[in-house]
Write a protein that binds this ligand. Structure first.
Ligand code: KIV
Length: 258
C-alpha cells in the first residue's frame, strides 16, 4: 500500500517509527523504495551529495525539479516529498506558493518541505496548506541558514534557544504542517517537541525518541566522503566503487576483459 500523509499520522498514533531517506536520482530512489522506506525526500542536500557544492544554498528550483522528476520515476510506494531550495520561498508567500505549485505539478511529488519557523514562514506555510498543498516543516539546524548559524552547529542548546524551537514547532503545527523535521537539536528537546505535537516528528541528529528518523542516503551508503557526527554508515560504497573500478581497469589493461 503506498504511504500517504495519513499513514504517517497513523504510525505516530501506533508508536510505529517512521523511516525516511533522501534520494537524488532514479536508481537510488528505486533501490530505497524497493527496500521499503516509508518516506523519500528529495532533500536540498542533493546540492552537496549530487552536485558537489559546499552548502545547499546554490541549488535552484529548476535543478531540484530536474532531480525530483528522476526520483519520481523510481518511487512507487514511499511518500515523496521535495525540498523547496534556498531563494525559492523566502521572498514572499506568493513566491512560496508559486514554487510549491510548480514542484507538485512538474514532479508528481505529494508534498513539499520548507525550512524555518519565523512568523513569515509560518504564514507562508498556512497559505500553502489552505491551498491543499501538504507541507513538511523543518526546524533546528536548518542548513539553508548555515551562515547565520556560523556553521553546521547543533541548535537549541540554551534554554532560550530550546524554547524558541519549541514555539516554532507549535506554530508550524498550528499552521497545518503534516510533519516536521527536527535537525541536530538535543535529544531531550526533540522528545519534548515529539510529545507536545500531534504531527509526526522526524529526527536527524535529534536523538532516538522522535516519531521517525531521516538520514542522507549518501551517508548511509558510505558514498559521501564526509558524514556528520550523527549519521550512521551502513555500507562502504566508496570502497566498493574504487575496487570495482580498479579491477575493471586492470582487466582491460591486462586483456582479461572482454
Ligand atoms: O536536505 C536534506 O537532505 C534534508 C534532510 C536531511 C532532512 O533536509
Amino acid at each position: 500500500m503506498p504511504i500517504t500523509i495519513q499513514t504517517l499520522r497513523r504510525f505516530k498514533a501506533e508508536g510505529r517509527p517512521i523511516t525516511a531517506l533522501t534520494a537524488w536520482d532514479f536508481l537510488i530512489a528505486q533501490a530505497i523504495d524497493r527496500a521499503g522506506v516509508d518516506v523519500i525526500l528529495v532533500g536540498d542536500s542533493l546540492a552537496m551529495v549530487a552536485l558537489g557544492y559546499d552548502t545547499t544554498l546554490p541549488l535552484t528550483l529548476d535543478e531540484t525539479i530536474h532531480h525530483a522528476k528522476a526520483v519520481r520515476r523510481g518511487v512507487s510506494q514511499a511518500l515523496l516529498i521535495v525540498d523547496l531550495p534556498f531563494g525559492s520561498y523566502q521572498e514572499s508567500t506568493t513566491q512560496a506558493m508559486h514554487s510549491a505549485i510548480r514542484t507538485l505539478k512538474e514532479t508528481g511529488a505529494q508534498a513539499v518541505k520548507l525550512e524555518g519557523g519565523s512568523p513569515p514562514r509560518v504564514e507562508a506555510i498556512a497559505h500553502l496548506v489552505q491551498a491543499g498543498i501538504p507541507v513538511m516543516a523543518h526546524v533546528g539546524l536548518t542548513p539553508q541558514s548555515v551562515h547565520q548559524f556560523g556553521g553546521f552547529r547543533q541548535q537549541g542548546k540554551s534554554p532560550q534557544a530550546a524554547e524558541q524551537i519549541l514555539q516554532e514547532a507549535i506554530a508550524l503545527e498550528q499552521a497545518g504542517a503534516f510533519s516536521i523535521v527536527l535537525e541536530h537539536i538535543p535529544a531531550d528537546l526533540a522528545l519534548h517537541i515529539s510529545q507536545k505535537l500531534t504531527i509526526p516528528t522526524i529526527g536527524i541528529g535529534a536523538g532516538p525518541q522522535c516519531d521517525g528518523q531521516v538520514l542522507v542516503t549518501a551517508d548511509v551508503l558510505g558514498l559521501s566522503t564526509w558524514q556528520p557526527p550523527f549519521a550512521k554508515v551502513y555500507a562502504n560504497l566508496q570502497d566498493t566503487i574504487m575496487q570495482a573500478t580498479q579491477t575493471f581497469c586492470a582487466d582491460v589493461r591486462d586483456q582479461r576483459f572482454p
